[in-house]
Design a protein around this ligand. Structure first.
Ligand SMILES: *Cc1c(COP(=O)(O)O)cnc(C)c1O
Length: 337
């Protein structure tokens, strides 16, 4: 099977497994797992931030960040398609007692003017606007990337209005590699950054939350409350270190593969709109005699797995488990449809 359902389907490669097997471990709730400590400081250093926190999932890192930045009743500003709002089980309400001001962005990206307009006045009727959360790359935007200057403009609005600024960077390295950016620039403007190791970077489990020493101190308490305090999880952190040291630059290959497949799709009459392919995600509309579901079933007969994300849209995600040969095979199949 060639699996394009998500970049979460990656499995550890042999060298990653060997790194995991060799890991030196301890009880991380006591702060004594040397491999986790190393991963946390390595990631913090990459982004020029003070500290890091290893967590079981990106949902947890996002939810911890939101909990740390807010009080119950506060409002969180984010795109209406963002993961924190759409795909975390109502966690903003459940965990933090906050509500969301969803913004209609451009392919998952919001802008400074929209954020400015979303801020509530100091009025007892209104919730307190406390936090802005952006997603880069934006999953439901088809892996779209922000221009860094636009993120800086949002930062200026945050500073002026005393708002915290969180980055859901589940796929931040896809953006950084594609746009040839410096991670340290992100560290300078965000109060917190969440990074997934279990997506295109190829680790089996884990995400990192990054921020100041004070923020991570607080986040560590919240992680315990959320049940995310792990023990000898250095075996998992070793996979994360391996991923950060070996699997960032190769994300470019996934982006090239995605563009190649999108070109083949564009030639087919049953393919409607394709969102611009900026990174490793392809989202396209299915027309004519197919529904998203029926086309997904036809792909499956050819040993290709894709995911319908609405009645008419299919998503395909590239990752290190998809080789160039598999991409060529997929294109041959598309040509026969
Ligand atoms: C995958 C993802 C997350 C975190 O997901 P987990 O499955 O909980 O690790 C967060 N944000 C975005 C944009 C994602 O794609």
């Amino acid at each position: 099977m060639i699996d394009y359902r998500s970049d979460t389907f990656t499995k550890p490669t042999q060298p990653m497994l060997e790194a995991m097997f060799r890991a030196d471990v301890g009880d991380d709730v006591f702060g004594e797992d040397p491999t986790i400590n190393k991963l946390e400081s390595l990631a913090a250093e990459i982004f020029g931030m003070q500290a890091g926190l290893f967590c079981p999932s990106g949902t947890m890192t996002n939810q911890i960040a939101i909990k740390c930045h807010t009080q119950p009743g506060d409002e969180v500003v984010c795109d209406k398609l963002s993961h924190v709002y759409m795909y975390e089980g109502g966690g903003i309400a459940f965990n933090s007692g906050c509500q969301v001001k969803p913004i209609e962005g451009d392919r998952g990206k919001i802008n400074a003017g929209q954020v400015n307009a979303a801020i509530n006045p100091d009025d007892v009727h209104k919730p307190v606007t406390r936090l802005v959360s952006v997603e880069n790359t934006a999953n439901r935007g088809g892996g779209s990337c922000y221009n860094f200057t636009d993120l800086q403009k949002i930062k200026d609005v945050c500073l002026k209005n005393n708002l915290k600024y969180h980055l859901d960077g589940a796929r931040i390295f896809n953006a950084i590699v594609e746009k040839k950016e410096n991670p340290k620039d992100y560290g300078k403007i965000f109060d917190s950054i969440s990074v997934c190791l279990s997506k295109g970077l190829g680790a089996p489990v884990g995400s990192l939350l990054l921020g100041s020493n004070d923020f991570i101190h607080k986040a560590r308490r919240v992680r315990k409350v959320f049940g995310g305090g792990m023990r000898q999880a250095g075996y998992l952190a070793a996979a994360g270190i391996f991923a950060l040291e070996n699997n960032i630059d190769r994300l470019n290959t996934d982006h090239l593969h995605a563009k190649k497949i999108a070109e083949a799709l564009l030639k087919k009459s049953f393919v409607g709109k394709i969102m611009p392919v900026e990174t490793n995600i392809i989202i396209f509309e299915v027309t004519e005699n197919y529904t998203a579901k029926s086309l997904a079933e036809i792909f499956k007969k050819h040993n290709i797995l894709v995911i319908p994300i609405s009645e008419t849209q299919i998503r395909m995600v590239l990752h290190l488990g998809v080789t160039e040969k598999m991409v060529d095979e997929t294109i041959s199949v598309i040509e026969t449809l």
